[in-house]
Design a protein around this ligand. Structure first.
Ligand SMILES: Cc1cc2nc3c(=O)[nH]c(=O)nc-3n(C[C@H](O)[C@H](O)[C@H](O)COP(=O)(O)OP(=O)(O)OC[C@H]3O[C@@H](n4cnc5c(N)ncnc54)[C@H](O)[C@@H]3O)c2cc1C
Length: 296
């Protein structure tokens, strides 16, 4: 029997919504309609979604808070799992913290500092989920997920299991726990006791962000990875591209490493600007910039 997945009745535990603009689900605020967005209410529901999608050949994507994603103007004809809500409270034993990957990274960092723990203070202000941070090995101001992530519960090849994190599982803005290879469900971190400086360090990191980054304009953070030996923002600025626009997309006048949605940009505007920046930087400096943002 040939079943059209678009007509499938979905269980309540999937939390399905239909025809949701991707511009509402991503921090860049661009993107056309997603046919189905799922807000799973349990880890079991996530596993069921993956298995049903495979069975019926449904295109599947995964979003946390959509803060590192550029979504297509054409939208997404498939299911998008939106895993951006914690399914339970963090569990703390001494310096070990275990948390649902739908938890906000910034709230978790704040909470650990409040509890007298150190290790996440530099990650405060990264606006995604813990799952997105593990997938991207997010980092800032000298702190990085790989320094503190010890065990992770992943859904991979139909198996739901806890595994020890090994050297090499996470690298610069990449990890082997990233969708579509895996879905990170829970993460276990090993922190340290605060020596009395964590709150101040956290505050300093947040202030630096406010001072240097265009936080009042939609973006996906740094558009490009840091090329070895350089800073993407400095190279872009050196090429005279700071403030340069295509359509509603602009190289931020505040921080050239950020492409921002300055005025009702489309994905096409942002993509054209990314390509323009890459071309000019390559021509003028010989350095190839690789986008950090993921596509959907
Ligand atoms: C203003 C601003 C500042 C930022 N500053 C920083 C910074 O300082 N440092 C930094 O590293 N990043 C930064 N970012 C980028 C972004 O916030 C991080 O990459 C963040 O960790 C992404 O989390 P997310 O939940 O939004 O993931 P999404 O953007 O939703 O997803 C990113 C990728 O991870 C995958 N993914 C998401 N959740 C999971 C999961 N549970 N399991 C497996 N794969 C998953 C997605 O499929 C996608 O490929 C910034 C972004 C903005 C907008």
């Amino acid at each position: 029997m040939n079943v059209n997945w678009r007509n499938l009745e979905l269980p309540e535990s999937f939390g399905a919504e239909r025809n949701i603009p991707l511009s509402e689900l991503t921090s860049f605020r661009v993107g056309g309609p997603a046919r189905v967005v799922l807000h799973p209410r349990s880890y079991e529901a996530i596993a069921e979604i993956v298995s049903l999608a495979k069975q019926y050949g449904v295109p599947l994507a995964l979003l946390g808070r959509g803060t590192n994603v550029l979504a297509s103007d054409r939208g997404y004809d498939g299911w998008i799992i939106r895993f951006d809500t914690p399914l339970h409270e963090p569990v703390c034993h001494g310096t070990s913290v275990t948390v649902c990957c739908g938890t906000s990274m910034t709230s978790l960092a704040r909470e650990t500092v409040r509890k007298g723990l150190s290790g996440m203070e530099c990650l405060c202000g990264i606006p995604g989920t813990v799952g997105g941070a593990c997938a991207m090995n997010a980092g800032a101001y000298g702190g990085e997920i790989r320094q503190i992530l010890k065990r992770i519960r992943i859904l991979k090849d139909g198996r739901d299991e806890w595994i020890d994190v090994k050297d090499g599982d996470l690298g610069y803005r990449r990890s082997v726990f990233s969708f579509p290879d895996a879905i990170a469900l829970e993460a276990a971190f090993e922190l340290k006791e605060d020596d009395g400086t964590a709150a101040e360090t956290m505050l300093r990191c947040m202030e630096k962000r406010k001072e240097k980054q265009p936080l009042d304009v939609p973006s996906a953070g740094s558009t490009f990875k840091r090329p070895e030996g350089y800073f993407a923002g400095a190279l872009i600025e050196q090429c005279g591209l700071k403030g340069f626009s295509i359509g509603g997309a602009q190289v931020s006048p505040k921080h050239a490493g950020f492409i921002v949605n300055a005025n009702r940009a489309t994905e096409a505007d942002i993509s054209a600007l990314i390509e323009h920046v890459r071309r000019v930087v390559k021509e003028q400096t010989g350095v190839t910039l690789e986008p950090e943002v993921k596509r959907i």
